[in-house]
Design a protein around this ligand. Structure first.
Ligand code: PA5
Length: 357
């Protein structure tokens, strides 16, 4: 296993400096906020009753963030739509965000067409360019442009913050500024705690990554913001660390998954580790459920570790959880000698689906 304190080795394993993008995330959040404040908006929209975020993978999770943050603090109905088809409720009263880092994602282009052509929905695009920007410009759709050169999942701030800020600016969502400022400040402190310069002996992100080597991570969150964070952790383990990973949500998992730890205990004890994402805003019955559940299942897992968010706003807590997962997933890749950046299988899939070899 690679020594995470050997910075030359870290650089060798990570030639495109994916870790640098993770460390620079607080600056990304600030830049995303400024770009969103400057972005051109849709003129005089009235009667908007819902928000739909079209996007897949590292772009689509921005809609999950919006659903939780706007859903918690406003009356807006917000949904992420990750597929080829729009539900019937999307129409002229739905503010649609089409989010695609590359601007070339098939599913997002398909739903964008349907939203603009047949549903007559007002649309805002968040992208670096590509076909989505080209089609948007032809139609006069406002575009929040974000910088190129990152992996989509490393552009999490660039893709998520604009939705919150645009909704606020259009009078649809709560004031986003104070929570974004809190989130930037907290992420700045975290980057200093979890960055590469901090040795493993004092760096909880490196410690968890080293503990996870050779294990299949399973991540539990609870309904709301920790659910979104758990899904983000799972995706980061898949795409950065290139390991299988799964996730589930309290309280739903108490009604099914909790029964499944019986039969294969020797296998799961050897191979799986459970991470439980916690925060001070979780429902008191969720707290109770976690306290009751963990003793029932922990003997069937390699280890169980709880991760607790800091922060007072929902956004700061959510990003505090995901940010730790970004570091852990990146360090786990490097510890295994794997480049955290490329996602070769996704590229192969996209090429084959586009008719390439
Ligand atoms: O992380 C990734 O690379 C993927 O999950 C992409 O985000 C996903 O395939 C969608 O592509 P894009 O973000 O360019 O729309």
């Amino acid at each position: 296993m690679n020594d995470l304190d050997d910075l030359a080795l870290v650089g060798k394993c990570d030639p495109s400096d994916f870790l640098g993008a993770v460390e620079g995330f607080p600056d990304q959040l600030r830049d995303a906020h400024e770009r969103s404040l400057r972005a051109e908006l849709l003129p005089g929209l009235k009667g908007i009753d819902s928000v739909a975020v079209l996007g897949m993978g590292g772009s689509g999770i921005s809609g999950d963030v919006a659903r939780v943050i706007l859903g918690e603090e406003s009356n807006l109905f917000v949904q992420t739509l990750k597929g080829y088809e729009l539900p019937k409720w999307v129409g002229p009263k739905t503010l649609v965000f089409a989010v695609s880092y590359s601007g070339n994602t098939e599913e997002t282009l398909t739903t964008f067409e349907e939203a603009t052509q047949n549903r007559r929905a007002p649309v805002v695009i968040v992208t670096t360019g590509g076909e989505l920007a080209a089609r948007g410009r032809k139609l006069g759709v406002p575009i929040v442009e974000v910088p190129e050169g990152l992996q989509p999942r490393a552009a999490f701030g660039y893709l998520s913050i604009p939705i919150l800020v645009v909704c606020e600016r259009m009078g649809l969502g709560p004031k986003a500024g104070p929570a974004i400022e809190e989130t930037i400040a907290l992420a700045g402190r975290r980057s200093a705690q979890w960055g590469r310069e901090v040795p493993a002996s004092q760096n909880s992100a490196k410690q968890l990554a080293l503990r996870l080597a050779g294990k299949v991570p399973l991540i539990y969150g609870s309904e709301g913001l920790a659910e979104v964070a758990a899904y983000r952790w799972k995706c980061q383990f898949n795409e950065c660390s290139k390991v299988p990973a799964w996730w589930h949500v309290f309280p739903e998992l108490n009604h099914n998954e909790v029964v499944g730890w019986k039969q294969l205990a020797p296998l799961t004890r050897d191979s799986m580790a459970l991470l439980v994402l916690r925060h001070d805003g979780e429902h008191p019955r969720i707290t109770k459920r976690i306290e009751v559940t963990l003793p029932l299942i922990e003997a069937n897992l390699g280890f169980v570790q709880q991760v607790r968010a800091e922060g007072s706003s929902a956004l700061a807590r959510l990003i505090d959880l995901t940010y730790f997962g970004d570091f852990v997933g990146t360090y786990l890749a490097i510890a295994q000698g794997i480049d955290p950046a490329p996602v070769e299988v996704i590229a192969i899939l996209k090429s084959k689906l586009a008719g390439g070899d």
